[in-house]
Design a protein around this ligand. Structure first.
Ligand code: F0G
Length: 451
């Protein structure tokens, strides 16, 4: 009999089922909650598939110089900790992961923090962190013989899914909120050949509709309610631990939308801790936009025991989500790691994004909540000077060029939103100037921009 390497465990009632038995919407048939992927062999100390920490560290390092396709992926390089496929030759990879960890020297100096880093997940093949999860779940879709895959999206999931579906030879269906996603992301879904439906609904409405559709047609759902997505998205935790030579940073700061990413990173660090790869978990803090802050409200008003859906508004369209599916998993990651959950205003997001740009890194608006959140945590005394902090930058700056241009042209924020921050904003704005095509005019423009 084939050994069961993984199974699904309901985070609500604890029911365990085989991977292939999950309902199409990935909700528990008993209580309606979501599932986690679980590896039964790991809990048995000495069990035959319990990974050996020292051997893994050695093997993963060796693979960095390998030319094998799977080893070149920053997700599948860690495949011992994601045994979700019967046959790894089914893996659909675009060489995702292995993203850079940048030192943020200017922000560190301004905030008086010794060591501040950005893990730039925007440097993935389709420009966002979604690729690490998509390679995992798309591979499962392929192995299980699906012809169609689908997702609801604020843009990045759809871009990623469309690309991986094309690589796998599968067809893809995308549901997006009309007029509420950035052009860069929409153009990717088109380019990679998805059937793209723009709906008169928000992200939450799109996901609700899709959950019904997949019950009626043989389409594999690839939103982060699909627990295999989170298995891929936990691997940046392994990369971070490896980069710090297995002594993890003190604090990880993550943007919160549908809350799959914070949940996945929590799972990654938890599993490393349980397997003895690291000696502690970093604090994981989740930052939301003030207009899309259902988790912050849940902590503030209900001690994170329940969550009330809200109508969400923010220019950081990637995290314009009022009813986050994975909120219970994210609460676990925050609480068990001793992190915080807080929100930041539109002006704080815009300023932080411009500062990340000025470091030569750049990111999309949703990613910038991390730096904005760190400033608040620092001001509240929740991050000490000697702590090592990592910001998860989730998307590439080219994803939403309109936002950036509007900021630099002074057209992004309303007067009341920018109130009290005008000087700070003015010092960051770098609008393009129209000048005559003469050396004198260009040199004049230089003088005008002296800092
Ligand atoms: N940052 C970016 C750039 C995103 O695209 C998203 C989510 C998040 C942060 C939040 O991550 O949902 O795991 O809490 N984007 C999804 C999408 C919802 O459809 O692309 P989360």
């Amino acid at each position: 009999m084939k050994e069961i390497l993984h199974q699904l465990r309901c985070i609500g009632c604890g029911a365990r089922i085989a991977g292939a038995e999950a309902l199409q919407d990935f909700r528990c048939a008993v209580c309606g909650e979501l599932f986690d992927v679980e590896y039964p062999g790991w809990s048995k100390r000495g069990g035959n598939d319990r990974p050996n920490a020292g051997a893994l560290k050695w093997l993963w390092r060796e693979r960095r110089s390998s030319r094998e396709e799977l080893d070149c992926s920053g997700v599948w390089r860690f495949r011992e900790l994601l045994p979700i496929l019967d046959d790894f030759s089914n893996a659909v990879s675009l060489r995702e992961g292995n993203t850079p960890l940048y030192h943020m020297t200017r922000a560190a100096m301004a905030l008086r923090i010794d060591l501040l880093f950005a893990k730039h997940q925007g440097m993935n093949p389709t420009g966002s962190f979604k690729d690490t999860g998509m390679t995992a779940a798309m591979s499962v879709a392929k192995e299980r013989g699906f012809a169609w895959v689908a997702c609801a999206s604020t843009g990045n999931t759809s871009a990623s899914m469309a690309a991986y579906a094309a690589r796998a030879g599968l067809r893809s269906l995308v549901l997006i909120p009309e007029g509420k996603i950035a052009w860069g992301k929409l153009s990717q879904a088109m380019d990679y050949g998805a059937v793209t439906c723009q709906l008169k609904a928000d992200f939450d409405g799109c996901l609700r509709l899709l959950s019904q559709i997949v019950k009626e047609a043989p389409i594999y759902l690839l939103n982060s309610v699909n627990p295999y997505r989170l298995e891929g998205q936990k691997t940046p935790a392994f990369e971070i631990a490896e980069a710090f030579d297995w002594s993890v940073p003190d604090h990880l700061i993550v943007p919160g939308g549908n809350l799959g990413n914070s949940s996945a990173l929590g799972k990654g660090f938890r599993e490393m801790y349980e397997l003895g790869l690291v000696a502690k978990m970093p604090k994981i803090s989740v930052i939301q936009a003030a207009g899309a802050n259902p988790l912050v409200r849940s902590f503030r008003e209900h001690q994170a025991a329940s969550l009330e859906p809200m109508e969400a508004h923010t220019r950081a369209t990637a995290i314009r989500i009022g009813n986050p599916a994975s909120w219970r998993k994210a609460v676990r990651a925050i609480q068990e790691s001793g992190g915080w959950c807080l929100d930041v205003t539109e002006a704080e997001i815009a300023i932080a994004k411009a500062e990340i740009g000025a470091e030569g890194l750049g990111c999309e608006p949703a990613s910038a909540v991390t730096l904005a959140g760190l400033k608040k945590l620092r001001a509240e005394g929740k991050v000490a000077t000697a702590e090592t902090v990592v910001l998860m930058l989730t998307g590439h700056t080219l994803k939403d060029a309109d936002y950036t241009i509007n900021f630099h042209r002074g057209k992004l924020l309303q007067i009341d939103e920018a109130e009290g921050r005008e000087a700070e904003i003015a010092s960051l704005r770098r609008d393009a100037v129209a000048v005559e095509a003469t050396p004198a005019a260009v040199l004049d423009a230089l003088k005008g921009s002296a800092r």
